[in-house]
Design a protein around this ligand. Sequence first.
Ligand code: 5AD
Ligand code: SF4
Length: 483
Amino acid sequence: MTIDTTLDTALAPDAYRPRKKVYVKSYGCQMNVYDAQRMTDVMAREGFDETQGPADADLIILNTCHIREKAAEKVYSELGRLRVLKEQAADAGRDVKIAVAGCVAQAESQEILRRAPSVDLVVGSQSYHRLPSLLAETQGGRSVVDTEFPVEDKFAALPAPTRAAMRKRGVSAFVTVQEGCDKFCTFCVVPYTRGAELSRPVAQILGEVERLADAGVREITLIGQNVNAYHGEGPDGGSWTLGRLMQRIAEVRGIARLRYMTSHPRDMHDELIEAHRDLPQLMPYLHLPVQSGSDRILAAMNRRHTQSHYLRLIDRLRNAQPKLALSSDFIVGFPGETDADFRDTMQLIETVTFAAAYSFKYSARPGTPAADMGDAVPEDVKEVRLAELQALLLDQQKAFYASCVGQTFDVLLEKPGRIDGRLIGRSPYLQSVNVVATPDQIGEIVTAEIVDVGPNSLFAKGSRAAPASASIVPESAPTMVET
Ligand code: 5AD
Ligand code: SF4
């Protein structure tokens, strides 16, 4: 018998213990997608295989988001459905554990057990590396809560993913380089749920990137709540900026593309702007939330910059990288927002022009300064403003897509399309591109002439099936405007 040592579990002492199943459902941002994968890695070491739905899972983890009211409420509805599933499993003699992780866990801890008593474990975003021991504590029907910000290094304590898990995750990967936020925008819960800003050391990040590259990953997106505030310890003992970190990562063999998100306008340092000029691997696409175009509202939001500061920054970035396209986040109806303030936001959008955007009605988050500001904008006014803002952003997005026709893009081929002989890849601007190619080409970067555009995707020469059919649009097509 030969033992494949590339399977990390093959030599584990518990290799013959029957394996169990874990299902992780993630809400919210890319950070949660990354955390969900790492939780799966932790549980893989404990004998759990990942499953794609709750029905056959022994452990169900809801990895939650607290950023807006709607996101948090979704969790409670899901917990209601899971309670029924857990009871049915118990009747059939199966013990199913339910864990709530992520930002709702961090923010509401005990409240979750009160509202959803079927939950066995509440684990905050800084303690999920302790999942196995916390789960052990739930034996015998005890409910356990751990929402501490422990002193130990969570990242160092997490196991590396197996090669099989890495391959399954595809040719593009997220890597968390920074967590938490010290900016304290007055509407935002992140500084409370994710804690103070913390940067991972360069060596630790490089190790992770090298492993991913070995497993066939070609594109890395560096993520963090305030990623451009990155200031991790370099191998030389000094503090490295994000620009410098990306220069080093670009040297890793196999890594052809780099992206980063989410950034704060105040932290766009010279070295980072220069990276947009000098690093061919860095994609010319930047998500730079501005939230509002009104100086008065920006001040009330504690964004620490003005509209003109943002516009100057965009000019500098476009000078550094003329092909740069931008996306952003907007909030309408922040407390005290007048019609004149809203006009300033619309005027900023007209001035900059965005390729994509996410826009939201303000929702008060408990514990944040804005929640106590009073002067709330009526819901119907918020709705009218949001509709007007989204209409403008959608026009800009359509114009951007239309402008891609006739251009030639490098496309990273990611997965099979719905039609034989087609693959779906990504343009430098994160658009899905339908390309004529074979499955063995997944992971290649090909040059594609864009000849047509669908609602959320592009078609390279030869890839458009006749007649045009909506079913060709890939499932993962990004929704550019959200509510
Ligand atoms: N209300 C509405 N939108 C919010 N966001 C963050 N907090 C709130 C809130 N309380 C939006 C911001 C942020 C994005 C991730 O979510 O636009 O950039
Ligand atoms: Fe929240 Fe981003 Fe502001 Fe930090 S910078 S408080 S994460 S909106």
